[in-house]
Ligand binder design. Structure first.
Ligand SMILES: Cc1cc2nc3c(=O)[nH]c(=O)nc-3n(C[C@H](O)[C@H](O)[C@H](O)COP(=O)(O)OP(=O)(O)OC[C@H]3O[C@@H](n4cnc5c(N)ncnc54)[C@H](O)[C@@H]3O)c2cc1C
Length: 476
């Protein structure tokens, strides 16, 4: 009986492998024909438009997946292939990567390149309100077996991904690729088969593919081509970034964020003496901050971290009442407030500013097309989630596609595309809405709203399961 079961199971697996090989070889046959188009450069199973952090990770994940390793993949990146060199001074663009991203990068052998170069773990996080005494803090030991996050320079991460990508045989990369237009896949009547998409380049070259993936950032042309509705707004804010030299040497594994009425100012640890700044503020203040001499910039930043803002006495009275009530019922009445570091100076020419906005594509898929990363969703950097959401897309898309081919279905079968969309939107949309709500709640200084958010923060800080739930959502 047991023997029969084993034979039966092996037969099912073998027939699935056979069907999946058949599905791939059907695609492969298509790859040899010329379409009769002038400057036709070849047929691919998958084309990824956009080779930023998300597009390159996707190419690497697809290329390294055993079930997908027979697919012919093309990655088109608009900018040239930049040489990377690890410099003594940190780059001003960094990302906070969560443990799920670390797990994905480890599975692709990317993480070891980052670790061998440099990263800084975040083991403690303190977020506080400039308009009241409300504060929330997170310690890695309270929630996870891992660190809360890791601060990594964007270009180091990109370089580490590219190092592994260059070892993948079935991914062809074209840098400096200027995409002019897309002719998108159509479904055949009464079948799930797609006609395939054409990608037209500005130099006249044309590529075609079964599956087109848009990883082309917040202004995605793939998203525009599929005609997806895009819910988007610009925050009236810029994110001012810089590399900071701290006044004192410490272990520096705390991420600090203070909510000012003009937007949050955050210090992300880089090493024992340096941190990276993300200061979200009004366009006018951002412009001024970029123009200031270094010393005055540092004074303004220390003010933003330390200055006492005008406070409402009734808000203070209510928050102190809530604090003593929490104490009476045996809950933590307030986090042990730590003092943020003082900034001594900034790295030369490290100041820059980026516009901040929200974006949600109502569709992540269309026949033979999928969107990943900022092409599908864009968030305010206040929660350090943007690219982590994109890496979550990469993980789910790769797994769903591999399962689809393994079970003998086609590369563009709508079942997996729809599953991808619903799975990702169920994670991404609540995260986006929560970040947007936080942004709105903290850019006002009217006392009733300050009171509401301060009590909310005090209670959240006091109830461990709620903090745990927030942390678990932010780290997966
Ligand atoms: C100040 C700031 C701080 C941030 N901090 C964090 C953080 O701490 N944690 C976090 O998770 N996220 C953070 N983010 C968000 C994060 O930077 C983005 O989510 C991430 O860069 C998106 O990556 P992506 O690959 O999807 O898109 P992009 O980085 O925009 O890459 C898109 C790529 O597509 C290419 N491209 C576009 N159009 C075409 C075309 N037509 N043809 C060919 N190529 C094309 C572009 O050249 C680019 O390389 C921050 C953002 C900002 C602004």
């Amino acid at each position: 009986m047991l023997l029969c079961k084993i034979i039966n199971r092996n037969f099912v697996v073998l027939s699935q492998v056979k069907t999946s090989t058949r599905a791939i070889s059907a695609v492969r046959k298509l790859s040899t024909k010329n379409d009769g188009v002038e400057n036709f450069k070849g047929k691919y199973d998958i084309i990824i438009a956009g080779g930023g952090m998300v597009g390159c990770t996707l190419a690497c994940a697809l290329g390294k997946n055993k079930v997908l390793s027979n697919l012919k993949i093309l990655l088109l990146e608009g900018s040239p292939n930049k040489k990377y060199e690890l410099k003594e001074e940190y780059s001003n663009r960094v990302v906070a990567l969560n443990p799920s991203t670390k797990a994905l990068m480890s599975s692709l052998d990317v993480w070891m390149h980052v670790e061998n170069a440099r990263l800084q773990p975040v083991r403690h996080m303190q977020v506080w309100d400039a308009c009241s005494d409300a504060i929330i803090s997170f310690n890695s030991t309270d929630f996870l077996d891992d660190d809360l996050a890791y601060i990594v320079e964007n270009d180091l991460l990109q370089h580490s991904i590219n190092t592994e990508l260059s070892k993948v045989q079935n991914v062809h990369i074209v840098y400096g690729a200027k995409i002019a237009d897309y002719e998108l896949s159509k479904t055949q009547p009464d079948s799930y088969d797609c006609t395939g998409s054409k990608v037209k380049m500005s130099n006249g070259d044309t590529y075609s593919c079964q599956l087109l993936i848009g990883a082309d950032g917040a202004n995605s042309s793939v998203r525009k081509a599929i005609g997806a509705q895009y819910l988007a707004w610009n925050y009236d804010q810029m994110g001012v970034v810089a590399t900071l030299h701290l006044a004192e040497e410490t272990e520096n594994t705390t991420a600090w964020q203070r909510f000012l009425p003009t937007g949050p100012v955050a210090l992300l640890p880089l090493d024992s003496r340096r941190s990276s700044l993300v200061w979200s503020t009004t366009h006018e203040q951002a412009k001024q901050l970029l123009k200031l001499p270094d010393e005055q910039f540092v004074d303004s930043l220390n003010d933003a971290l330390w200055k006492q803002y005008p406070r409402s006495s009734s808000v203070d009275a209510c928050t102190s009442w809530v604090s003593s009530w929490l104490q009476r019922v045996g809950l933590p009445s307030g986090a042990a407030r730590q003092l943020p570091p003082s900034v001594r100076n900034i790295a030369a020419n490290s100041r820059a500013a980026f516009p901040l906005g929200f974006g949600h594509s109502t569709r992540y898929v269309a026949p033979g097309v999928a969107l990943v990363g900022d092409a599908a969703h864009r968030v305010h950097p206040l929660a350090g989630q943007g690219v982590n959401l994109g890496f979550g897309d990469v993980k789910d898309l790769t797994e769903l596609l591999a399962n689809t081919l393994y079970s003998g279905l086609d590369l563009t079968h709508p079942t997996w595309l729809e599953r991808y969309e619903s799975l990702r939107q169920r994670h991404n949309v609540p995260t986006q809405l929560a970040i947007d709500a936080l942004h709105r709640l903290y850019t006002v200084d009217s006392p009733p709203l300050v009171l509401l958010r301060s009590i909310g923060l005090q209670i959240t800080n006091a109830i461990h399961p709620v903090k745990k739930m927030i942390m678990s959502h932010a780290t997966t």
